[in-house]
Design a protein around this ligand. Structure first.
Ligand code: AKG
Ligand code: FE2
Length: 352
C-alpha cells in the first residue's frame, strides 16, 4: 500500500483541515443522533439510493431502502444534502486545482473504516466496470491452490472476488501467529510500535485501544477470550521493516501472485474473536488485496457499488484457516464477520 494512502493528520492544507473538521462534525452529529456507521453506508449501497422516498412526518420511520429490512427516518436526506453542500462549497472556495486528488490522499483512509467519509469517497471514486467485476456471477470464483502464475493472472485483475482454498495451508504462520507471538515480535524490535503509530494505521474496531502497543498488551485472559472478558477485534498495517522481514518468512506472499518486486510491502493484520469485524465500507487503495486466513473462520459479505446493482448480486464468502481471499476492496462494499471458535487471525497485502 502506498505511503500516501495512510492517514496523516499533519501537513494537510488549512482548507482541507477545515473541510475535514466540517465533514467529521457532520458525521459525528449524525452518529450522536443514533445513526450508525452501517446506516451511513446504507445510503450508498442501497439499490434505490437515488430515489429515497420519505414521508413528511419525520417522526415516522417510513423511508424504504431496497436492501434494508428496517425503515429509516427521512432526516437522512438532510445529512446527505448537507454533506454534498459542504463538499461543493469547499470545492468552489478552494483555489487549488488538484483539490480532488488531494482529497483522495488526505481525507480517505487506505483501509476503511470509521474515519472514512463516505460522502466524499462516493463523490470521488472512479466508476466501476460492472460486467468485469461480477460478470453475472453470484459468488466468488474458487481457484485451486496449485494454480499457475499465468492462469492466476487471467483472474487476478477482473476485480471479481476470488478464493483459493488451502492457498496458505503450508505457511509457518499457521503454527506461530498468536497475540503473544505478535506482542513479543513488536516488543523485540526497537521502534516497531512507533513505526505503526507514525506511518501506518491502527483500526480499533471492537476495542477501546488507541494503538497497537496497548492492544497487544491486553490482559492474557482477554486475549484468550475467557468467559467474562470483553470480546475484541482490531487490525493494523505494519510499517516496521524489521517486523516485515519476520512476517514475510512466516507468511510468504502467495506463490501464484505476479512479480513480487512490484508489490507493496505493507502487511495488514486483523485479529479477534466471534462477532462483527469491519462494518460495511469501500476502501480507497491503489490496488486489489489478498488476505490469508491464518486461524479461525471469517465470512465476507459483498455488495456491488450502486451503479452495478442492476448487473451484480450481493454475496458472501466464508474463508477458513489456510484459505486466501482476493478482493478489489475499492470495487465491492464489504463487511466481515468472525465465527465462533478459534481466534481469527489474518494477514494480507495489496498486489500488482
Ligand atoms: O478483515 C477484515 O475484517 C476487514 C478487512 C478489510 O476491510 C480489508 O482488507 O479491506
Ligand atoms: Fe476494507
Amino acid at each position: 500500500m502506498a505511503e500516501n494512502n495512510n492517514v496523516r493528520e499533519n501537513g494537510a492544507a488549512p482548507n482541507l483541515t477545515k473541510l475535514r473538521l466540517l465533514c467529521d462534525r457532520l458525521v459525528y452529529e449524525a452518529r450522536s443522533k443514533g445513526i450508525t456507521v452501517d446506516d451511513l453506508i446504507d445510503i450508498y449501497v442501497t439499490k434505490e439510493y437515488n430515489e429515497l422516498k420519505c414521508n413528511r412526518d419525520e417522526s415516522k420511520k417510513i423511508t424504504e431502502y431496497a436492501t434494508s429490512a428496517s425503515a429509516k427516518p427521512c432526516h437522512w436526506r438532510r445529512w446527505v444534502a448537507g454533506a454534498i453542500v459542504v463538499l461543493v462549497l469547499s470545492l468552489i472556495l478552494n483555489s487549488q486545482v488538484n483539490l480532488l486528488s488531494r482529497l483522495k490522499n488526505e481525507f480517505i483512509t487506505s483501509k476503511c473504516v470509521i474515519r472514512n467519509n463516505y460522502f466524499i469517497l462516493e463523490a470521488t471514486r472512479p466508476r466501476t466496470r460492472c460486467e468485469r467485476v461480477c460478470g453475472g456471477a453470484t459468488g466468488p470464483a474458487e481457484l485451486s491452490a496449485n494454480i499457475s502464475r499465468t492462469d492466476f493472472a487471467r483472474w487476478a485483475y477482473l476485480s471479481r472476488p476470488l478464493v483459493v482454498r488451502g492457498g496458505a495451508s503450508h505457511w509457518p504462520a499457521l503454527q506461530r501467529f498468536s497475540v503473544a507471538f505478535l506482542r513479543s515480535l513488536y516488543d523485540s524490535i526497537d521502534g516497531a510500535y512507533e513505526a505503526v503509530m507514525d506511518d501506518c494505521q491502527f483500526l480499533p474496531f471492537r476495542t477501546e485501544y488507541q494503538d497497537l502497543r496497548a492492544a497487544l498488551a491486553m490482559h492474557p485472559s482477554r486475549a484468550a477470550r475467557l468467559p467474562g472478558t470483553q470480546p475484541w477485534y482490531f487490525g493494523w498495517s505494519n510499517c516496521s521493516p524489521g517486523v516485515s522481514v519476520i512476517l514475510r518468512q512466516l507468511a510468504p506472499r502467495p506463490a501464484f501472485l505476479p512479480n513480487e518486486s512490484e508489490s507493496s510491502a505493507l502487511d495488514w493484520i486483523f485479529m479477534g474473536g466471534q462477532g462483527p469485524g469491519a462494518a460495511w465500507h469501500l476502501d480507497y487503495v491503489q490496488r486489489p488485496s489478498w488476505q490469508a486466513q491464518i486461524s479461525g473462520t471469517k465470512t465476507w459479505h459483498f455488495r456491488p457499488v450502486p451503479e452495478c446493482q442492476q448487473v451484480c448480486q450481493p454475496f458472501s464468502a466464508t474463508i477458513n484457516k489456510g484459505d486466501i481471499i482476493f478482493v478489489d476492496t475499492n470495487q465491492w462494499y464489504h463487511t466481515t464477520y468472525i465465527h465462533e471458535g478459534e481466534l481469527s487471525i489474518t494477514i494480507g497485502s495489496e498486489y500488482d
